[in-house]
Write a protein that binds this ligand. Structure first.
Ligand code: PMT
Length: 412
């Protein structure tokens, strides 16, 4: 708990990268810090105040004039309690306001009032970042002692590529921790890690899609999984240098580049493929929707309809993940829990029963999350019981978050 007793005020401004600030809070708390979040009104368009309240365990300040019980959130109080102030993501707007001393909301006012060291992580479209006005404002902040955490280069949410991406939360937390524990950062630039080779040398086994269980030569029992979530994880793991094996149920998706794909149809075929790959895997991420039951018998010929109703007799399929949990040696095991009610409660039960390192709780009752869609909304729960909620984001972005956690457990 290297940040035990440290108080950090985190300013979150209105950029698409605001969701990454949720993970920053989670990581800072894990390291023992007390984190107070100030959001600009624009930031609340991207992530709710409630998410930050839940994850920080503290009231969240947005409005200068709102009445908050339990805690004095006046800008002066926050400015004074901070051992360090961090703004992540910092838009061109907050940078400009800080550069000229505008104080027209809770965040900009607290910035002016604090004497704590201030770390700023700009994140915006490349053209905005490179604009001479923004560059002049950043230079102004530097000259006044602000610490600027360089943005990363890469694919940006606005569809372009270039400099302007918020560095990964793990890197921002590393920089903040070093600052608060007086580590010498002079030899380390305040920049992000390149995650491209992060998982090099590690074999990652991913399952994706739904299994199908035949009834006869033309019919089957299936589910709504398209494989998108698992394919996004496999693709990102390969991009980070892992040797990736993807065991996939039927899908229309193309094989991700650099990934060995094993196609299966039934739960029992998935079990066989997974068990064969398991011994050499460093981590297994089971995002597949596996049928818990299958028809007791598969008719050799197409079942003919009659005047009577038809009753199907189903038998239990093996629980692959449970079996891996029993066999597990060095492997990091990640499960998913797709639920329509009591999501967190059921996810916690599966985490314990299947002996997982962490579980991705997925509320599939929401139209924009879970099966089929390009986006998802998840909560990560680890073995210690810690739960981190994430706002709605693309499955690709969530894949990165899940792999960050895998990498962290692997490192340990
Ligand atoms: O494919 P998409 O359209 O992108 O949708 C993504 C998703 C909704 C399928 C995915 O995000 C998700 O939630 N996957 C888990 C689905 C599921 O079946 O969850 P479950 O709660 O029933 O199973 C719990 C865990 O045990 C899962 O990791 C599952 O892979 C595993 N399991 C379940 C049953 C079984 N017989 N064997 C297993 O290994």
């Amino acid at each position: 708990m290297e940040l035990q007793g440290k108080k950090i005020v985190l300013g979150v401004t209105g950029g698409i990268a605001a969701y990454k600030a949720v993970e920053i809070v989670s990581r800072l708390r894990k390291a023992g810090a007390e984190v107070h979040v100030i959001m600009t009104k624009e930031a609340t368009q991207f992530v709710t105040e409630l998410t930050f309240r839940e994850i920080s365990g503290q009231p969240v300040a947005v409005d200068m004039w709102e009445k908050v019980t339990h805690f004095n959130v006046e800008h002066i109080a926050l400015a004074q309690l901070a051992d360090l102030m961090l703004i992540a993501p910092a838009t061109a707007n907050i940078i400009a306001k800080a550069a000229v001393g505008i104080a027209d909301d809770m965040l900009s006012t607290t910035l002016l009032a604090t004497k704590a060291p201030i770390y700023v992580a700009p994140a915006m479209n490349t053209n905005m970042y490179e604009n001479p006005i923004t560059q002049r404002n950043i230079a102004e902040l530097r000259s006044r002692g602000f610490h600027i955490i360089e943005p990363a280069a890469g694919h940006l949410a606005c569809g372009t590529s270039g400099k302007g991406r918020l560095p990964e939360p793990v890197d921002i937390v590393r920089i903040v921790s070093a600052a608060l524990t007086s580590q010498d950062l002079t030899s380390q630039p305040l920049t992000c890690q390149d995650l491209t080779g992060q998982l090099t040398g590690q074999k990652i086994l991913v399952t994706a899609g739904g299994t199908i269980e035949p009834l006869d030569p033309v019919r089957y029992i299936g589910n709504r999984s398209t494989g998108r979530m698992g394919y996004a994880i496999a693709e990102e793991a390969a991009r980070r240098g892992a040797e990736v094996v993807l065991v996939s149920g039927p899908t229309v998706l193309e094989d991700p580049a650099g990934v060995r794909v094993i196609r299966i149809e039934t739960a029992r075929q998935m079990r066989e493929a997974v068990l064969a790959e398991f011994p050499k895997a460093a981590a297994v991420i089971k995002s597949a929707a596996v049928a818990d039951y299958r028809p007791a018998a598969v008719a050799e010929q197409k079942i003919k309809k009659s005047e009577d109703d038809l009753t199907l007799h189903l038998v239990r399929n093996p629980d692959i993940l449970y079996e891996l949990g029993q066999k597990k040696e060095h492997q990091v095991l990640v499960g998913f829990a797709a639920e329509t009610c009591k999501v967190e409660e059921y996810a916690r039960k599966k985490l314990a029963k299947k002996n997982l390192d962490f579980i991705v709780a997925n509320d599939v009752s929401e139209a924009d999350a879970g099966f089929g869609v390009e986006t998802n909304r998840i909560k990560l729960i680890d073995r210690s019981g810690r739960m981190t909620p994430y706002p709605l984001m693309s499955k690709k972005e969530l894949a990165g978050i899940i792999l960050d956690h895998v990498a962290e457990v692997l490192e340990k």
